[in-house]
Design a protein around this ligand. Structure first.
Ligand code: SAH
Length: 490
């Protein structure tokens, strides 16, 4: 093939998995690339930066073909560059750290193709960092060694693990899962104390990150118990002990998806690492045709959740009607949802609960319209009716068991420090799903070992009914109030 002008290859590092940890240069090159060769495991967001017409080649798995060999990849890079294309060869982490970037560079140099390396954030340092483990720390470790755990035994340049044991400092082992037991025994044989702290970090910088900490003597067994899988990094050394204080506490948030983004933001702002795993799904119900008349008939319209307010206000006709109504909400978050849309709220009870709301409404109104979930607490209606208030009720949404794979992941493999429950139904459905998966006992053990928080007394009561100990209920029954209370306790 004729060699045309302008072809060039960039060997680009894509970082450890979080798209925010990609360099600006890598992002620009992705946007400008005509051909992208990538490995499996790369985030779809990063791949999505490529232009519409760019040729995307998964060298881990070509359609109808097996994985390309290194030689075939080298040849393909040369071939595409010779077509005059701007070629990005995208690799996890840094291209020159166990990434075979050097080999590709040599092949390009031999073929006379211009190329450049664009370093990436290597998992060797960033994955421990994300788990709260600094690879060096004053007074604890003044050196770190990065090795591969996957060397074939009998290879000429086989690593001397017993010598590594004597180097001291922090040892970081990439590709460390498959030969973990052999490598750990070699370190112990070489004289590294079985009491040395060790950690395995699985899928760092992803929502599925897990950290398993043990002593070097116990890490193999703990890895088996926890079923640690690749990609994972083994860290050996006293710096592992710092993770207890440096890693943000992980919090499982079980509320439905429609509140997911907002909860994630609040949790991050407050220093938690959220793991979203909705245990219930949210189902919007059709609005009844006579709703406008029912709104006009009521002397107070009550919203008991921000979700309900958002649904009702999506209808412009209703949003207008509410301007002429006296509005009440159960708490400040629901009030906010109404105020954001230009409405004013006349009643917010002092205690953000169904009971608090009923007591605030009963003396003031005669005809109350409740716009809420089909699973709303009966207590609200009971107290109002006892006080001779006429109650009309419209169900704006219902809940159903979640089919979210993130929930199954949490039940089977998740090990959050905290479980945050925002309703009795999130608790009930979590336990039900665990039973269906045959993991109920396991989950109970995990809950017993974690901090369990309930947003308010009814949620706490439901958890206790399910046999789950509750550690924490806030004074203010809001999601934020719950996280503040957890933070105070830790
Ligand atoms: N060039 C890459 C390393 C490639 S070797 C870099 O600089 O990061 C692949 C190994 O990297 C995996 O077996 C695993 O040990 C480690 N690794 C990469 N990304 C990881 C992640 N997000 N979490 C845990 N380990 C990771």
């Amino acid at each position: 093939m004729e060699r045309s002008e302008g072809g060039k290859v960039w060997l680009v590092g894509a970082g450890p998995g979080d798209p925010q940890l990609v360099t600006l240069k890598a992002k620009r090159l992705m946007e400008e690339a005509e051909v992208v060769l990538f490995d499996r495991l790369l985030s779809s967001e990063v791949l999505g930066w490529a232009a519409e017409g760019a040729e995307m080649i998964d060298v881990g798995k070509l359609p109808g073909r097996h994985k390309l060999s290194q030689e075939e990849i080298n040849d393909l890079l040369v071939e595409k560059a010779r077509e005059g294309k701007r070629v990005v060869r995208l690799k996890g982490g840094d291209p020159f750290v166990f990434g075979r970037g050097g080999e590709e560079g040599l092949a390009l140099a031999a073929a006379g193709i211009p190329f450049e390396v664009v370093p990436g954030v290597t998992s060797a340092i960033s994955v421990p960092a994300g788990a709260g483990i600094p690879v060096t720390h004053r007074g604890v470790a003044t050196a770190f060694t990065v090795v591969t755990g996957h060397e074939e035994p009998g290879k000429d340049d086989e690593l001397d693990w017993e010598a590594l044991a004597r180097v001291g400092g922090t040892l970081v082992v990439l590709m460390g899962v498959s030969r973990l037991a052999d490598n750990v025994s070699a370190l112990l044989r070489g004289g590294r104390s079985p009491k040395t702290p060790a950690a395995l970090i699985e899928k760092g910088w992803s929502p599925e990150e897990r950290l398993v900490v043990a002593s070097l003597g116990d890490i193999v067994e703990r890895a088996k118990e926890e079923d640690v899988e690749s990609p994972a990094i083994l860290v050996v050394g006293d710096v592992v002990g710092l993770s207890e204080r440096l890693r943000p506490p992980t919090i499982a948030i079980l509320r439905p998806d429609n509140r997911g983004d907002e909860s994630e933001k609040v949790a991050r702002k407050m220093g938690f690492r959220p793991v979203l795993a909705p245990s219930i799904a949210f189902l919007e119900l059709p609005l009844p045709c006579d709703l406008p008349e029912r709104i006009k008939r009521a002397d107070c319209v009550v919203f008991t959740s921000a979700t309900g307010a958002e649904i009702a206000l999506r209808d412009p006709g209703l949003a207008d009607l509410f301007k002429g109504s006296v509005l009440a909400t159960i708490g400040p978050r629901t009030e906010e949802a109404l105020v954001e849309r230009g409405l004013s709220v006349a009643v917010v009870p002092e205690s953000y609960s169904s009971r608090g709301l009923a007591l605030a409404l009963a003396p003031r109104f005669k005809k109350v319209l409740l716009l809420r979930s089909a699973r709303g607490s009966p207590e609200l209606v009971e107290i109002l009716e006892v006080a001779a208030v006429e109650v009309d009720e419209v169900h704006l949404y219902d809940i159903a068991p979640s089919e979210d794979p993130k929930l199954d992941w949490l039940i089977r493999r998740g090990t959050p420090d905290i479980y945050a429950f925002t309703s009795g139904s999130t608790a009930k459905n979590l336990m039900e799903r665990a039973r269906e998966l045959g993991c109920e006992e396991d989950l109970r053990d995990k809950l017993a070992g974690a901090t369990v928080a309930a947003i308010g007394p009814p949620t706490k009561a439901e958890l206790e009914r399910l046999g789950v100990r509750v550690d924490c209920v806030p004074e203010r029954f809001t999601f934020e109030g719950m996280l503040e209370e957890i933070r105070r306790r830790r």
